[in-house]
Ligand binder design. Structure first.
Ligand SMILES: [Zn+2]
Ligand SMILES: [Zn+2]
Length: 427
């Protein structure tokens, strides 16, 4: 959220010892939002989820006054043009926002909210909103931020740094603020005024894209490779080069002949028909790229095949259909889905209500929670015992167990790569 191309940008204040305790002393609006600092993008670990360094996202204001995010091509074009374009900076038609691509939280440097939002603030209200020291730390290195409690709008406190006056908003806080500001016409006058006062952030947020999307960076090579291998396996078995029966998991056979345990690995490369293959490929594609980005290639491969093998093993142990051959990457992909659930629980997915044109936008945790429930119920009670419910559940369990370990590793890793790590990852 800055304009690095702005000449002679003053530097943000030097890091100071952690500030703690309640905010005190007189202040006016200027003291709250501070001076406008055209700051460099931060180099900080996300203070909320700790899973990613904050990433600068370029936003531009269109002619109709709405802010939107530039895509990558436009960004290059913008950079090429921006060099000589002082007018754009003067009118605040362009800004950099430091956001977290995992949890969608965003860091607003001092004055940025106010500049763009053009909102009047009721100082009395904000005085009462000032709160205690928060656990989260300022991305500019000023130690713990202060919590602002604004219960009229959001239940969770909003964090602000008393030193540099920057504000941190969580992804869901930004959504709720945006929502609240659209209901301003409702309620009595006092309530409206209250809202007006705290909307210093909300109005801004409605103008910005609420979900600053920052999809997985880099090419998900492992996902593409797996998609290719799955397609090749399917085509080769259709062509008769491989007879998938030889490579499929047959529970009864493994129990009799432990040698057949290799099928726990090989059954993942074959599918029964196009529908089976395309369904799996679709889920691998939409969930896999983000998970690969977070895990790294090797860990992603371990997740994928580990989940597939573990799922196959659970199927062998628990299924009632001991003679049915099982093939498919469903168990492995269930592991990827578990990883996605734990890493991006609040990411929004679009889902059509079956047999209707109605499209719902639901959080990943709801979607995947329903999925797990369905698999469990079917595994325990379904008459369709030929379906490998237990291998799906097993794969999901594997992902559920492995992901917290990977995320812990990743938080340490991110802390090492940035200037300002989030507590408690001291260097
Ligand atoms: Zn985050
Ligand atoms: Zn600060």
């Amino acid at each position: 959220m800055s304009n690095p191309e702005h000449p002679r940008a003053p530097q943000p204040p030097a890091p100071q010892p952690a500030t703690s305790g309640a905010f005190s002393g007189d202040f006016n609006l200027a003291s709250l939002v501070g001076e406008v600092v055209e700051a460099e993008p931060v180099s900080a670990q996300c203070p909320a989820c700790h899973l990613h360094a904050l990433v600068a996202v370029r936003l531009v204001r269109d002619d109709d006054g709405r802010w939107r995010q530039l895509d990558e091509d436009e960004e290059e074009e913008h950079d090429a043009r921006a060099a000589g374009d002082d007018a754009a900076i003067g009118e605040k038609r362009s800004m950099l926002l430091d956001t977290c691509p995992v949890c969608f939280g965003a860091w607003f440097d001092a004055g940025e909210l106010d500049l763009i939002g053009d909102v009047e603030v009721d100082p009395e209200l904000l005085r009462t909103a000032l709160g205690d020291a928060a656990a989260r730390r300022c991305p500019r290195g000023h130690g713990p931020m202060l919590e602002h409690k604004i219960p009229e709008l959001v239940r969770t406190p909003i964090e602000r740094c008393a030193t540099c006056k920057g504000v941190w908003l969580d992804g869901d806080e930004r959504r709720k603020l945006a929502l609240a500001s659209t209901k301003e016409g409702q309620g009595d006058r006092k309530r409206q005024l209250t809202r007006r006062g705290v909307i210093w952030a909300a109005q801004l947020v409605t103008q910005l894209p609420v979900e600053v999307e920052n999809p997985a960076r880099g090419t998900p090579r492992i996902v593409y490779a797996l998609l290719f291998i799955e397609l090749a396996g399917f085509l080769l078995s259709v062509a008769g080069v491989f007879l998938y029966r030889h490579w499929s998991v047959i529970a009864g056979l493994i129990k009799q002949e432990p040698l057949h345990v290799y099928t726990l690995f090989t059954h993942q490369f074959f599918h029964a028909n196009w529908l089976h293959l395309l369904g799996n490929a679709y889920f691998l594609y939409i969930f896999g790229d983000n998970v690969e980005h977070m895990f790294g290639r090797l860990r992603f491969l371990i997740l994928f095949f580990g989940a597939g093998i573990f799922g196959g093993a659970l199927h062998v142990l628990l299924t009632r259909a001991t003679g049915t051959p099982v093939i498919g990457a469903s168990g492995a992909i269930a592991g990827v889905m578990a990883a996605y659930l734990l890493t991006f629980p609040n990411a929004k997915l679009f889902q059509l209500i079956p047999f209707t044109p109605i499209q719902l936008k639901i959080p990943a945790w709801v979607y995947l929670g329903v999925w797990v429930l369905f698999q469990t119920v079917m595994a325990l009670f379904s008459a369709a015992i030929d379906y490998a419910w237990f291998s799906h559940l097993g794969g999901f369990l594997f992902g559920f167990g492995m992901t917290p370990l990977v995320l812990r590793w990743r938080r340490r890793q991110v802390a090492r790569e940035v200037k300002v790590p989030a507590a408690p990852y001291a260097r």
